[in-house]
Design a binder for this molecule. Structure first.
Ligand code: NAP
Length: 244
């Protein structure tokens, strides 16, 4: 796989899966624009740039539509276009449904769904003009299986599948593919927040007997953005060790 000559925008790329996707893309030769809620550390930037790729970084809350428009415009002005968009930023606010507060519902919807709407809306025009583009949305196994305590989160992750499939039908003739990757349980701060019992319960459901690593997701995302995947759109790649 080779992503030379491409510019990729990755949201939530300061740590975890997003950071690992950025590092993978850099190894494959893509230039990068990475954005995150908090400023991206120099260490992360150095790690990415050691591959010789150009990397712009911006502090960006994906729920802020004006900021999204302004940052995407800056990136396009600077790079000439965006060829790949990875909608990775996501949060959890877990609680059993009976106890879930409206703010917990709304915040998760705002970041995980509205954020994807805002960023994709800001980027899609440039992809249409280019007659090419790759969009990958990061969903989750729990968007398919459901998970107690995650009615809000799993609703957004299922919602992303409808978004992916519908948008793929709208923009296919413009040379743009839209796919989703649905990770299982991946070793990041999101899952490190689970207690030992919860982690053991999850492990017992994974036929491959281990949690996934962020690299497992980065490899799948890279494939979907590569030329090798040019005839794949509107689909979901499950990367979950067989748990679903
Ligand atoms: P993570 O370690 O918690 O990282 C999430 C990233 O998103 C952070 O860099 C965070 O920024 C950023 N972010 C949060 N809210 C944002 C906002 N409003 N605007 C911009 N950036 C924002 O999580 P992860 O495990 O890498 O998850 C990445 C994606 O994979 C998420 O969509 C998640 O739902 C999905 N996923 C993860 C797993 C898993 O097991 N880890 C499984 C399935 C799906 P700050 O660092 O600045 O807070």
């Amino acid at each position: 796989m080779n992503l030379k000559g491409q510019t990729a925008l990755i949201t939530g790329a300061g740590r975890g899966i997003g950071k690992t996707i950025a590092a993978k893309f850099a190894k494959l030769g893509s230039d990068l624009a990475i954005v995150d809620m908090n400023p991206i550390s120099n260490n992360v930037l150095r790690e990415i740039e050691q591959n010789g790729t150009k990397c712009l970084s911006y502090q960006l809350d994906v729920t802020d539509v004006d900021e999204v428009d302004s940052v995407v415009k800056k990136i396009i002005d600077e790079t000439g276009g965006i060829h790949i968009l990875v909608n990775n930023a996501g949060i959890t606010q877990d609680n059993l449904f009976m106890r879930m507060k409206p703010e917990q519902w709304l915040q998760v919807i705002d970041v995980n769904l509205n954020g994807v709407f805002h960023v994709t809306k800001a980027v899609i025009r440039t992809m249409v003009k280019q007659h090419s583009g790759r969009i990958v949305n990061i969903s989750s196994v729990v968007g398919f299986s459901g998970n107690p305590g995650q009615v809000n989160y799993s609703s957004t992750k299922s919602g992303l599948i409808g978004f992916t499939k519908s948008l793929s039908r709208e923009v296919g003739t413009r040379g743009i593919t839209v796919n989703a990757v649905a990770p299982g349980f991946i070793n990041t701060s999101m899952t490190q927040a689970l207690n030992e019992n919860q982690q053991q319960a999850i492990l017992s459901q994974i036929p491959l007997g281990r949690m996934g690593e962020a690299e497992d997701i980065a490899n799948a995302v890279a494939f979907l953005t590569s030329d090798e995947a040019s005839y794949i759109t509107g689909t979901v790649l499950h990367v979950n060790g067989g748990m679903y």
